[in-house]
Design a protein around this ligand. Structure first.
Ligand SMILES: [Zn+2]
Length: 188
């Protein structure tokens, strides 16, 4: 019998090293641009609420937002404006209830987490749920701040800072004009 051992050897195809390196650099760049979010209140403490997820996102054109918002609401929530301090209706406001997004009605903050920061803007130490809001790094005006937005409709709400009171140590500094208020007992 004549077995032929000289069967052609398979050549292993390998990923070329340069292309692998490029892929790694790309992934690193994405991680640097988008990856770092500031510390937030833990999900355990503020359980996820049904309906707060991004499955029911509200998306409208600028023209549509202009039709349903006042000029002040539009400037702050859709153009990332800031109301002057001590002018907002919720700065010195102490009723019990839920603060909602003026654009889409998403529940954002409980009166139980509101505190008097003395800054001139309504301030909260936590959102009603981590699923209510989202954050992004804001480098406008030569500062590095963490912007707070409504997770459902992307409305600009304000900024969050790490000089708040216990238990989170966070201070959500929010524009009154971005908020509506539902008194306790009137929730749907
Ligand atoms: Zn919203």
């Amino acid at each position: 019998m004549l077995d032929d051992p000289a069967i052609g050897r398979e050549t292993m195809s390998r990923l070329s090293k340069p292309s692998l390196l490029l892929a790694l650099i790309g992934a690193l760049a994405v991680a640097i641009c988008c990856g770092s979010e500031p510390p937030q209140a833990s999900n355990d403490q503020y359980p996820i609420q049904e309906g707060d997820g991004i499955s029911d996102r509200v998306i409208k054109t600028d023209e549509e937002w202009q039709q349903i918002l006042t000029p002040e609401q539009y400037e702050v929530t859709r153009m990332k404006g800031t109301e002057p301090p001590f002018t907002g209706k919720f700065c010195d406001f102490h009723e019990q209830g839920t603060y909602t997004c003026v654009c889409c009605g998403n529940a954002l903050f409980s009166s139980e987490a509101k505190f008097d920061s003395g800054t001139g803007w309504p301030s909260f130490w936590a959102p009603i749920s981590d699923q209510s809001i989202k954050t992004a790094i804001d480098t406008s005006f030569g500062m590095v701040r963490t912007e707070v937005m409504c997770r459902r409709c992307d409305a600009h709400l304000g900024h969050v800072f790490e000089d708040g009171p216990a238990p989170t140590g966070l201070r959500y500094c929010i524009n009154s004009v971005a908020l509506d208020f539902i008194e306790i007992g009137n929730e749907q």
